[in-house]
Design a protein around this ligand. Structure first.
Ligand code: UD1
Length: 423
């Protein structure tokens, strides 16, 4: 188990390269199962979730090699249709193999992903939509098994613009007979990436990035080469890390058009940002002002930046009100921020942050990926030393986080936890 030590109070400056998006790379990897050849994905982040998805694909029978940031996935051989629990439980995105396996083989047996630290994440919308396309599901011993003699396109309306459900329906529908229309579809940039990737493989997908996606099924798909887009959540996290220290830095590769509401909120806090030739520059020369925000599906404020934004606002001037609308239990980081001196009260899905002049370093624990990242943001601006424990959660989604922070001037070190016998 790793933990990160941070000696706070160092002003971050310079330039950092933003990696490819975790949430795009994982979906493209799963969708590569639709081809019968070698998929080449470039700009893939070297993060533990990608290594888990590599294991999933290998277990299914794909040949995978990963050098630097280029991933090669060979799906020309026989592909198994069983995704076992020991892998699926490590990463919910493993459920993204469901659509491609059903489309390719007419069968999938996938372990139910189960709960996680940020809330009760069911897959009822995935199941309902796929059932309408012709899949018959049974559930036994913790596994969801789907069988489809043929998939037939339909008009589907989602109760909520779920990303995972939108993706599984898209990847099943690309090989279905006829036309599928997904209404109230998720609009995140990774959905656009997935559609472009599928189209490069020979699919016919229109409307990704809007609430209505239309897919005309094709007979067969080939493998292709594709570059993963920059990660807006990593870019947002680095922006907040820089701003929490009163710093000034360029986030190379960041795409401001995928981060509009976030950047608007930054500007309201008094931080400055501007597009550059290769990304975004952010700086903050004064204490930030309080800002209210509410998370919503894209293009709303991303829930995956809520904890880090809170970590920035805890030392703002005034009171901020945060509303979490996507997950019912995504305030675990607040108690740890309070241990560092923050003043936060939560009530249901609202949090009230009364800004304090500064935080103090403390040993803290990140209970999930973005909670851990938020504690790092807070620690960078705090006085003294912070240890962020359970850092493996952060390693799921940030490539070389410590090294990139160091390149901006942070004093951080990755440590290996040694367990001591308690008597
Ligand atoms: C994805 C992202 C995750 C992000 C989340 C919300 C990946 C790998 N993960 O997760 O980082 O935090 O979007 O932007 O891309 N829901 C249902 N039934 C379903 C599906 C979803 O009730 O069948 C609910 C969930 O419990 C949750 C909400 O819908 O409250 C959003 O879920 P969804 O958009 O599906 O998130 P994921 O795809 O799991």
């Amino acid at each position: 188990m790793n933990y990160l030590t941070i000696n706070g109070g160092k002003r971050l400056s310079g330039r950092v390269q933003i990696s490819g998006a975790k949430n795009s790379a994982l979906k493209l990897m799963a969708a590569s199962l639709l081809g019968h050849g070698t998929t080449v994905l470039t700009n893939v982040p070297r993060i533990s979730d990608v290594f888990t998805m590599i294991e999933v694909l290998q277990r299914l029978g794909a040949g995978v090699s990963f050098e630097d940031n280029t991933l090669r996935i060979d799906t020309s051989g026989e592909i198994s249709t069983i995704a076992p629990y020991d892998l699926v439980r490590r990463m919910r995105a493993s459920i993204n193999v469901l659509g491609p396996l059903l489309a390719r083989s007419g069968h999938a047996r996938v372990a139910m992903p189960g709960g996680c630290n940020i809330g009760n994440r069911t897959i009822d919308m995935h199941e309902a939509g796929l059932t309408q396309l012709g899949v018959r599901f049974t559930f036994d011993h913790g596994y969801l098994e789907g069988i489809a003699d043929r998939l037939v396109g339909k008009k589907l309306v989602l109760d909520f613009p779920s990303r995972g459900a939108t993706e599984n329906l898209m990847t099943a529908a690309v090989l279905a007979e006829g036309v599928t229309v997904i209404e109230n579809a998720a609009r995140e940039p990774d959905i656009v990436d997935l559609a472009s990737f599928l189209n490069a493989m020979g699919a016919q997908v229109w409307g990704a990035g809007t609430s209505t996606i239309e897919i005309t099924g094709v007979g067969r798909m080939s493998s292709t080469e594709y570059q993963v887009s920059a990660d807006p959540i990593e870019a947002g996290t680095f922006a907040l890390a820089v701003l929490a220290t009163g710093g000034d830095a360029e986030l190379a590769g960041a795409q401001p058009e995928t981060m509009e509401i976030f950047l608007e909120k930054l500007a309201l806090s008094g931080a400055e940002w501007a597009p550059t030739e290769s990304g975004i520059r952010v700086k903050c020369e004064r204490r930030p002002r309080a800002v209210d925000f509410a998370t919503l599906p894209y293009p709303g404020f991303p829930t995956d930046l809520q904890p880090q934004m809170m970590a920035f606002l805890v030392s703002a001037e005034g009171t901020s009100i945060v509303t979490e609308n996507v997950f019912e239990n995504r305030f675990a980081h607040t108690q740890e921020l309070v241990r560092m001196g923050a003043d936060i009260r939560t009530e249901g899905h609202h949090a009230v942050i009364r800004g304090v002049p500064g935080l103090q370093g403390a040993p803290v624990k990140g209970s999930d990926l973005r909670a851990g990242a938020a504690l790092v943001v807070a620690a960078l601006g705090a006085e003294g030393t912070t240890e962020v424990h359970d850092f493996h959660h952060v390693e799921r989604g940030y490539e070389d986080f410590a090294g990139k922070l160091r390149s901006l001037g942070a004093d951080v070190e990755l440590m290996v936890e040694t367990t001591s016998l308690q008597v």
